[in-house]
Design a protein around this ligand. Structure first.
Ligand code: SF4
Length: 436
């Protein structure tokens, strides 16, 4: 079925012509406590006397309050930089990792509360395809028995029936059924991923979680595998959660897209809406970093600056605030837009120690060519410039953080908004205070 024939919006806000909700995720959390001996050491100065050393176990907040619904028949694309929690989310959603909190319902039933029989049925209805097609196939087994394995595990069909179905599935995923007796190493990477697909389909699942399934493949092969997946989705009435760090792949396969950043969803909307009308600065930066085919446009545009912060002690409020080019000015200072933009750049440069010289006149020339801000904000900048002249980098960074970054609404409140949709009628979620 072509894109044009796929289900579309119904015209009712928040509603789509896909089926019933199949997977409902609400406030899902997966925290790992670092019990391996790494501790955060802090000084407790309460109670008078000498400070006491407190050793706190570190908690990695890999997934930290994620909610979305996937409807029957649709593909939800999940995109984000590596390390943002996408794969942990997928494994937690499938109960392969025990959630720390929140809920996941499959066909209306809470996964964690399912009895053994329902769990077994769910393991058949839900399949997963991984990134590396090589390592997920047993090199000592022939392709036919590999495809038959899940059917055997779920007591499906007799031996002849399983072989017939395996040959049939090999053909459906674009392989020669005659290759039933070959070994995985006799196939290319793309073909091996097709074998994985056939194996996942063998038990007639409803929902397939695809974790970077085409990332290890050449670009030309990627498109062929994605097209096959799309065709199979229609033929087998499948629902996909498709995880990738690659926006082009996500654009090719998804109906709706969730953008993930540091354990949380930053934005979620219909594919067209997200690509044509992105409303979160992180999504905008990601889209800007897609390579441009125009040879006159050199390199990449708008690459997100800085590194993803550690999920051990993530930024308060908006997780993206330490890198956000639009960080909102603290309301208590009377700063014009340009003035705040200069302070923000200065603050980030102090954090990253990106200076030509720490001499005050050079700092002014680099960051405040039109003069430092007036008033209270200006006196904080003055203080930071003085500290820099003494090479007290950490003190200057801490001062700017405390006087500016920590005082913004971005640091104080977790953003959670729905914005107006321009393309289609489905909800458009954007976790950014610019939409207050
Ligand atoms: S809430 Fe603030 S820091 Fe976060 S994306 Fe929006 S403007 Fe940027």
């Amino acid at each position: 079925m072509s894109d044009a024939a796929r289900p579309t919006s119904t015209g009712v806000p928040g509603e789509v012509a896909f089926g019933e909700p199949l997977v409902e995720v609400e406030g899902l959390e997966k925290h790992f406590s670092n019990g391996g001996g790494l501790f955060d050491v802090t000084l407790d100065r309460s109670g008078g006397g000498l400070p006491r050393v407190v050793r706190e176990e570190e908690v990695v907040r890999a997934v930290d309050g994620v909610s979305f619904t996937i409807r029957k028949g649709e593909t939800l694309g999940l995109v984000g930089e590596s390390g943002c929690g996408k794969s942990t989310l997928a494994r937690t959603l499938l109960n392969l990792l025990e959630p720390t909190g929140g809920s996941v319902r499959f066909k209306g039933e809470e996964i964690r509360e399912m009895g053994r029989r329902d769990q077994r049925r769910m393991r058949r209805d839900v399949q997963m395809i991984f990134q590396d097609p090589q390592s997920s196939l047993d090199p000592r087994m022939k392709v036919g028995p590999i495809v038959e394995e899940p059917m055997k595990a779920h007591d499906m069909l007799d031996a002849d029936g399983r072989e017939d179905r395996a040959r049939d599935l090999l053909e459906k995923v674009g392989l020669d059924p005659q290759h039933y007796n070959r070994y995985p190493h006799e196939f290319s990477g793309g073909q091996r991923q097709r074998i994985n697909l056939a194996r996942a389909l063998s038990v007639n699942p409803e929902f397939i979680v695809c974790d970077e399934p085409t990332s290890a493949l050449d670009v030309s092969i990627q498109a062929q595998v994605l097209n096959t997946m799309r065709e199979l989705q229609d033929e087998f009435d499948l629902t996909y959660l498709f995880i990738s760090h690659d926006l082009s792949v996500i654009r090719h396969i998804s109906d709706r897209v969730a953008v993930m950043y540091l354990g949380r969803v930053a934005e979620l909307a219909d594919k067209e809406e997200l690509f044509e009308n992105p409303q979160h600065p992180y999504t905008q930066a990601l889209l800007g970093s897609i390579p441009v085919p125009d040879p006159r446009a050199r390199g990449r545009r708008g690459v997100v600056e800085g590194d993803v912060p550690s999920p051990i002690n993530p930024p308060s409020g908006c997780r993206f605030r330490t890198r956000c080019p639009e960080l909102i000015a603290p309301a208590e200072y009377d700063l014009g837009e340009d003035e705040w933009a200069r302070v923000r750049t200065f603050m980030r440069a102090v954090d990253d120690r990106r200076f030509e010289s720490t001499d005050p006149s050079s700092v002014d020339a680099q960051f405040f060519p039109e003069g430092r801000p007036d008033g209270e904000a200006g006196s904080h900048v003055d203080e930071a410039v003085t500290l820099l002249a003494e090479e007290a980098w950490d003190a200057a960074a801490a001062l700017l953080d405390e006087r500016f970054a920590e005082r913004t609404v971005c640091a104080r409140e977790v953003p959670d908004y729905y914005v107006e949709t321009e393309h289609g009628t489905n909800d458009h979620y954007a976790a950014c205070h610019l939409h207050r």
